[in-house]
Design a protein around this ligand. Structure first.
Ligand code: FES
Length: 416
């Protein structure tokens, strides 16, 4: 576990007082994993330990207080010298949270709305206790000053800088359109950044074309910037630089897909992460564990296999996890495979399951949704949701394949 190479531009962070050396600009959650920390947060109600399972702002397992700001997704914060990261929502310490007793007391679940309801006196005590146990973090000492939201028009707005967003941006820019791309990540590339070595090579022409479009000024990209909602023809865009309502002539939604989550005993353990998250860590030169088992479920891929190709010491198994055995750091996993149940020793379990399209913005834009086993898929013929609004990439069921992505971008550029 840890870094494959020492940081080239090291900075020092403090995590609950412990000094941690990080690469400047890498996500803080990556630096914490590199330093051996997988248990970063606690669930709000039962205080079960949580870990950075997605590395893409979608699981909340990396929430912490950063420089006195609560509930920060540390997978979306660049490491900087002197940064202070504190575990929140615990009584005791991150590893020994007294409030974790709630999980032990109420092993079958707990509805705090009904707990001792109607019992004079006890009800008030229980309500106070429930408020103390639940919730996330404490407010900062000072409120941030309010910021003005601007409204402006744009030619093309692309939401998401993954492969489909990149390809469509390039194609539209080649037709003389002025393209702006927003992404809440710290770097562009989306899922491509979870592929390393030979698996990343197939995407190099697209990476180069997008890079050239940026350098040539035909496309601009704003990172750390979230498209928070679509309201008619307007998109609410928020980032450190400010908040705006953008009204684009053409809106391209490329939000990708959420990691697939399988139901098994122990699936919320900090030692469990998605194959895409493990690939991202490897892209930063970080291994999440010493013994890693990668489970590829039916219709999962391509990140699990790609991870094992880049890190052959990991064990690849096809099947579904059944249970975990061990303490704070799980040691043994039971996996159901076509050949029967296997027990595998590992300190990290990487799961590659079918991803669920991140359909939310598309639904707000009026897209029709089709339900499949993996979740809701946007139904957009030729990528078109309605006049001037398009959905591309995994959200619309397009495979993560360079040719499919290029063809889709051509069709959207032609139509738009
Ligand atoms: S939200 Fe940060 S790792 Fe999942």
């Amino acid at each position: 576990m840890g870094r494959l190479q020492p940081p080239r531009d090291p900075v020092t962070l403090r995590f609950d007082g412990e000094e941690i050396v990080a690469e400047r600009g890498e996500p803080v959650a990556v630096a914490l994993v590199a330093a051996g920390h997988l248990s970063l947060a606690r669930s709000p109600k039962f205080h079960r330990p949580r870990g950075p399972a997605c590395q893409r702002a979608a699981c909340d397992g990396c929430l912490a207080r950063v420089d006195d700001v609560p509930n920060v997704m540390t997978c979306r914060v660049p490491a900087a010298d002197g940064m202070r990261i504190d575990t929140q929502n615990v009584v005791g310490s991150r590893d020994h949270d007294l409030l974790g007793m709630a999980d032990w007391f109420f092993a079958e679940g707990m509805n705090h709305h009904e707990l001792f309801a109607g019992v004079p006196g006890v009800q008030l005590v229980m309500q106070a206790f429930a408020r103390r146990v639940a919730g996330l973090g404490k407010l900062p000492k000072e409120a941030r000053p309010p910021r003005e939201a601007m409204r402006r028009e744009a030619d093309v707005l692309v939401v998401g800088s993954g492969p489909s967003g990149m390809a469509t941006a390039v194609r539209l820019s080649e037709r003389g359109r002025k393209v702006e791309v927003v992404d809440d990540d710290l770097a562009w590339g989306g899922s491509i950044r979870a592929l390393v070595g030979a698996d990343a090579a197939a995407w190099q022409p697209l990476v180069q074309a997008f890079g050239s479009a940026l350098v040539g000024g035909r496309v601009s990209v704003r990172l750390g910037t979230t498209a928070a909602g679509v309201f008619g023809g307007d998109v609410l865009v928020a980032g450190e630089a400010g908040v705006e309502v953008v009204a684009p002539r053409t809106l391209v939604l490329a939000p990708g897909a959420h990691d697939g989550v399988l139901a098994f005993d122990g699936n919320d353990h900090p030692s469990v992460m998605s194959a895409r998250a493990a690939g991202r860590l490897l892209g930063y030169g970080v291994l999440p564990g010493e013994r890693i088992v990668v489970v590829v479920a039916d219709r999962g891929g391509p990140f699990g296999e790609a991870f094992v190709r880049a890190h052959p010491a990991a064990t690849l198994v096809r099947g579904v996890p059944v249970s975990a055995k061990g303490g704070g750091r799980v040691r043994e996993w039971t996996v159901a495979t076509p050949a029967g149940e296997q027990r595998l020793k590992a300190d990290v379990l990487v799961v590659d399951a079918p991803r669920a399209p991140a359909y939310e913005l598309c639904a707000q834009a009026g897209a029709a949704l089709v339900h499949e086993d993996r979740g809701f898929v946007v139904h957009a013929l030729g990528g078109r949701i309605r006049d001037g609004v398009y959905a591309v990439g995994e959200v619309a069921g397009t495979p993560l394949d360079p040719t499919a992505v290029a063809n889709e971008a051509d069709a959207v550029a032609e139509s738009a």
